[in-house]
Design a protein around this ligand. Structure first.
Ligand SMILES: Nc1ncnc2c1ncn2[C@@H]1O[C@H](COP(=O)(O)OP(=O)(O)OP(=O)(O)O)[C@@H](O)[C@H]1O
Length: 458
């Protein structure tokens, strides 16, 4: 049962009608007392709460009621209804544990989508300790290689939320697989036969945002010689993947918020309002919470896009997956380049695990491909990879040497050895591999420079 709480009888009636028409059971309360009574009589599956309760528009009463509900039973999901002008109230409510918010005047599609999503998510509880085998039985994750517990948890979340329309925010460093995960969400959803439209928001200037996203009609502006279909229309019924969300300029953020809020937009140069039915998946390698604190990203937009957040670990935090990934890339390369006997030595796989790989999976993939293209041998060894790593732009870009005369070569060597030991938690073999030395060569230097080390760690 869905409980509608609003003191305005017109709102109560129209919401009751809307929900019942959709076959959803609903009842309504007009005062906080009635609401609490109804909640204690039957636990609702969802509450729709108008924050601008009573004639006062401060939202105080609504907020107090939200708090009462959450204290009584924090597991009941609450969707807030607020005026567009009082969106900060909704943000405050989200912090108090509301599941979502919609703005008045609401669009019926947006409201129903939100209500269904929130209720669907309620029925699916996170599972701990799922195995890769279990996940592969239930979902299609063929493209995603990985068995690290952090990745399995990511896959568990995707599996759980894919079937709902929940907006998903994917965070993680560059090259960790955000786009691949976005595709997997789409592939495992009921929208999979419909379009998956990727938009790089970082590449769209504020002046072009509307025409790119919503389209334009001929003559809408000087250069508009033809009609243009916007990305939202292309993605209708499917999924829109908004990459580099953190790079969106402030004036575009508010336009995006509007369409995500109401599921409606206007094509540039036309006064007709269009409705869109999309699932939204966003990705960024920026820290949006920090950006909100700095005032460069809208807090209401953040709440709108991150009903579910998925964080992808850096590759260096899941070194166990490196051999699996390399072998997967090699399998593909065998077919692509017709090198059926291509393999990577065990030692090389181990050595690759010791690299910091700031470019993550993309860097590993490129490194494997480059190494295999340059060396016409079937067995790829450490030396083959090392040569290519030194050439890698990621490694070169990182290298910032101190000024000439400020440090001796010996000092630099000592610093680098210490850094490698710290990075690999004093594991001599790993530190040596990362430095391009044999273990005995590293031991010699440790003795020479009097650097303390743990003999038992090797
Ligand atoms: N788990 C994985 N298994 C196999 N391949 C992967 C995996 N994760 C990423 N890749 C591959 O690594 C490359 C980079 O992945 P992707 O483009 O999804 O990263 P990203 O996080 O979106 O990067 P960016 O932030 O730079 O856009 C792609 O070629 C992708 O296919």
């Amino acid at each position: 049962m869905i409980l509608i709480i609003d003191d305005d009888i017109a709102v109560r009636t129209s919401l009751l009608l809307l929900l019942r028409q959709e076959g959803l059971e609903a009842s309504a309360a007009g005062t906080p007392e009635q609401a609490m009574e109804a909640i204690s009589a039957t636990r609702p599956a969802l509450i729709l709460l108008d924050l601008n309760f009573s004639n006062r528009t401060t939202g105080e009463e609504g907020m107090a009621l939200l708090q009462r509900i959450k204290t009584y039973d924090h597991t009941i999901p609450v969707i807030l209804i607020t005026g567009w002008g009082s969106i900060e109230l909704a943000v405050q409510g989200m912090k108090l544990g509301a599941a979502d918010f919609i703005t008045k005047p609401w669009s019926n599609e947006a409201l129903l989508q939100s209500a269904r999503t929130v209720m669907a998510l309620q029925t699916k509880k996170p599972q701990r300790g799922v195995t890769r085998r279990q996940l592969d039985k239930d979902f299609d994750f063929r493209q995603i290689i990985g068995e690290d517990p952090a990745i399995l948890q990511v896959l568990e979340t995707i599996g759980r939320v894919a079937a709902t329309d929940a907006s998903v925010l994917i965070t993680g460093e560059s090259g960790t697989g955000k786009e691949l995960i976005a595709e997997a969400i789409h592939q495992n959803s009921r929208r999979k036969m419909r379009p998956f439209v990727k938009v790089n928001l970082g590449g769209i200037s504020a002046s072009l945002f509307e025409s790119e996203m919503f389209g334009h009609v001929r003559g809408a502006f000087t250069d508009a010689r033809f009609d243009r279909t916007g990305r939202f229309e292309l993605a209708n019924k499917g999924t829109i993947f908004l990459d580099e969300t953190g790079d969106l300029e402030p004036s575009s953020q508010v336009k995006l918020l509007r369409v995500l809020q109401d599921r409606t937009y206007e094509v540039l140069g036309s006064s007709r309002t269009k409705t869109v039915d999309v699932r939204v998946v966003c990705a960024t390698n920026k820290n949006l919470h920090q950006m909100v604190a700095d005032g460069t990203f809208r807090e209401d937009l953040l709440y709108r896009i991150n009903l579910i957040t998925i964080h992808l670990p850096a590759l260096r935090d899941r070194p166990g997956d490196i051999p699996l990934l390399v072998n997967h890339f090699v399998r593909n390369l065998r077919d692509i380049y017709n090198r059926p006997n291509l393999t990577v030595s065990k030692e090389a796989l181990k050595w690759l695990q010791s690299l910091p790989l700031p470019g993550n999976i993309r860097q590993l993939k490129n490194l494997t491909e480059r190494t295999m293209l340059v060396h016409n041998t079937d067995l790829l060894e450490i030396a083959h990879f090392r040569g290519q790593l030194e050439l890698s732009p990621a490694a070169k870009g990182q290298l910032q040497l101190p000024g000439v005369g400020t440090i001796t070569l010996e000092d630099l060597e000592v610093e680098m050895i210490r850094k490698a030991l710290a990075f690999h938690q004093n594991k001599i073999a790993r530190a040596a591999a990362a430095l391009g030395l044999t273990r005995s060569a590293l031991y010699r230097r440790l003795e020479k420079y009097n650097i303390p080390y743990d003999e038992t760690s090797d």
